[in-house]
Ligand binder design. Structure first.
Ligand code: GSF
Length: 204
């Protein structure tokens, strides 16, 4: 398998952490989806990373679809429960974590990649509000639990860890740990796993 992605994308990191936890081999093809000659657009009509090129049956895109597929490839370290209530709760965790990534990435692009004269401060503030509300929601849902779903690591933790890592990368002054001690404890624990350390984004 080949994974088209960048080292800073939190969605790509989520997929790479899953690949590492599942001990699946792959080749990483580095790509800048915004740059000229982006590879992702050759396989994903939306031109986004991550994009997984499967050995025989075409390409998959959107991190949520990719991780669901990867979890079926090997029984090693199942990350998504079978259909039922628990699975939906994991998916809800992933939705809120991805939503935090969406809002943070949108705010970053608007603030740092758009010419100042075209920036919309209200829109940026709206994205920041989503980040804060998402963090508060996850903090409350996690509570004193060791992991998002209780005692075992699953996709929920990986999605949350990738989102928190992205905040550290793009908003180092945010200090999200201050008001979210449960999330801070989870992040610290996740950051000791080889799947997290080997996929840590390079300093911005
Ligand atoms: C989001 C992927 C995405 O926005 C997923 O895979 O989960 N829901 C999708 N990727 C960005 C890079 S980044 O912000 O991590 C991307 O490829 N953007 C290029 C573009 O043209 O929008």
């Amino acid at each position: 398998m080949k994974l088209i992605g960048s080292l800073t994308s939190p969605y790509v990191r989520k997929v790479r952490i899953v690949l590492a936890e599942k001990k699946l081999d792959y080749e990483l093809i580095l790509d800048d989806p915004w740059g000229p000659g982006a590879r992702a657009a050759e396989h994903n009509p939306l031109g986004k990373v991550p994009c997984l090129i499967m050995d025989e049956s075409g390409a998959l895109f959107d991190s949520r679809v990719i991780v669901e597929y990867l979890d079926t490839l090997s029984p090693v370290g199942r990350l998504i429960p079978p259909p039922g209530r628990e699975r939906i709760e994991v998916k809800r965790w992933e939705a809120v974590a991805d939503g935090v990534m969406d809002a943070a990435a949108a705010a970053f692009l608007e603030t740092h990649r758009r010419p100042e004269s075209q920036r919309n401060p209200d829109w940026i503030a709206r994205q920041h509000q989503k980040v804060h509300a998402g963090l508060d929601y996850m903090e409350q849902l996690l509570g004193e639990q060791s992991y998002c779903m209780g005692v075992n690591l699953c996709l929920a933790d990986i999605a949350v860890g990738a989102a928190l890592g992205y905040l550290d990368l793009r908003f180092p002054g945010l200090d999200w740990r201050a008001g979210h001690p449960h999330l801070a404890r989870l992040a610290e624990k996740l950051d000791t796993r080889p799947s997290f350390t080997t996929t840590r984004p390079p300093a911005a």
